[in-house]
Design a protein around this ligand. Structure first.
Ligand code: MRU
Length: 383
């Protein structure tokens, strides 16, 4: 495909605003989020002073993406504790804010366990709050470290599967620094390939209906000076048919014990296309996204989102309020099918790349072994 259709990112500024940060102004602790509903039009921060504001930010996707949801959930528990709210109530509300990304409940559980352990040892609520905050900070750091290691393993795998470099990688949704304590999951692998001069092109699916690819991945690719091209989701088939895709790299919201992968809706059709065209379909996710308690893909709860996200076009600069308010693109009263995620069966996944290494072929035994190794002392310890 001719490169005149391609856009090379020119904005090489590093991200100035982190996706999430904890602050302690004199009025009391707050959690500050980069409001992702406003990108790329505006870089606006959202300040949460309590867990219910954070729950709303999670539901509206101001903060989103599996690893970041885990970090946010942990900080949310710390915030509730530090502000003197009921920690169990806050933890339950946070863990239930979105159902599919397992990292959210993992993060919440971890901070709540730290809080409870401190109280069980005779600490007062203020000490419990400090313990919860320390747990959140630890998870944040671990996610950043996991990101570096996933990028290393993922790049090595790409080089092995595609000798000669010049990788043309298709990605879906958004998996970069906006979803992570570090540089992300799948996007971090593409970024690593870019930095060593082996990424020829990043194909970015726009990711209907909320455009995480167009609004967020293109924003991150441009900031990093990567050669990227945006396509509508339904153009992917012709791109494969034209032989323009060497590998698909995506993230995950939950990986069941049998290796089924829940990720942004539209991932499964890419896996089918990849199999038909003999292209590797690679999932990049931290061990915290593997959920051995969910036996298989059919047991994964897929979040259903409001129909107006499909029947109306939302302007990127307008905050998603949950009440519609966009420009109608379908007759009034049209019903919409709007699952946020789909599930790809393990037989369509070439490899799962984690910070602990690569699982390929994807089997229940290999995943169980990986999680056991992580819990015995790797990055997933203490989950
Ligand atoms: O609905 P979102 O925007 O939270 O969905 C995010 C995704 O599907 C990502 O691909 C997934 O969380 C993996 S991010 C590392």
């Amino acid at each position: 495909m001719a490169d005149q259709y391609a856009q090379s990112g020119e904005d090489k500024r590093p991200a100035e605003i982190p996706a999430i940060r904890w602050e302690e102004p004199p009025e009391g602790p707050v959690l500050v989020l980069l409001d992702q509903t406003r990108l790329p039009a505006e870089e606006v921060e959202l300040v949460c002073t309590d867990a219910s504001a954070l729950v709303e930010a999670i539901r509206s996707l101001a903060v989103r993406g599996a690893p970041l949801l885990g970090i946010a959930g942990a900080y949310g528990v710390a915030l509730a504790a530090a502000r003197g709210f009921d920690v169990d109530d806050a933890a339950n509300a946070l863990a239930g804010a979105r159902p599919t990304a397992v990292n959210l409940s993992v993060g919440v559980r971890r901070a709540r366990a730290a809080y409870r352990a401190e109280l069980a040892e005779g600490g007062d609520p203020a000490q419990g709050a400090r313990a919860a905050l320390a747990a959140a900070r630890q998870l944040h750091r671990e996610d950043a470290e996991a990101s570096v290691r996933m990028a290393g393993h993922g790049l090595a795998l790409l080089d092995e599967l595609l000798p000669g470099g010049g990788h043309r990688v298709l990605t879906h949704c958004n998996t970069g620094a906006l979803v992570s304590g570090g540089e992300g999951t799948a996007f971090a692998v593409a970024l690593a390939a870019h930095r060593v001069g082996r990424l020829r092109r990043l194909w970015v699916d726009e990711t209907r209906p909320l455009l995480q690819g167009a609004r967020l991945t293109a924003y991150e690719a441009a900031r990093n000076g990567m050669a990227y091209t945006l396509l509508t989701d339904n153009a992917a088939g012709s791109l494969f048919a034209a032989g323009e895709v060497d590998a698909v790299l995506i993230g995950a919201d939950r990986i069941a014990a049998d290796g089924s992968v829940a990720n942004k809706v539209g991932s499964y059709p890419l896996a089918v296309l990849a199999r038909y065209h003999h292209v590797p379909f690679i999932v990049v996710a931290p061990v915290t996204t593997v959920d051995l308690e969910t036996p298989d893909g059919a047991s994964i709860e897929v979040e259903q989102r409001p129909g107006f996200e499909v029947t109306e076009a939302m302007a990127a600069q307008a905050p998603v309020t949950g009440a519609g308010g966009g420009i109608p693109v379908a007759p009034l009263g049209t019903q919409a099918y709007n699952p946020a995620f789909d599930v790809t069966p393990p037989e369509l996944v070439t490899a799962i790349v984690t910070e602990e290494g690569v699982v390929s072929p994807v089997t229940a035994d290999a995943l169980a072994e990986l999680c056991g190794r992580a819990r015995r002392g790797g990055a997933g310890a203490a989950l």
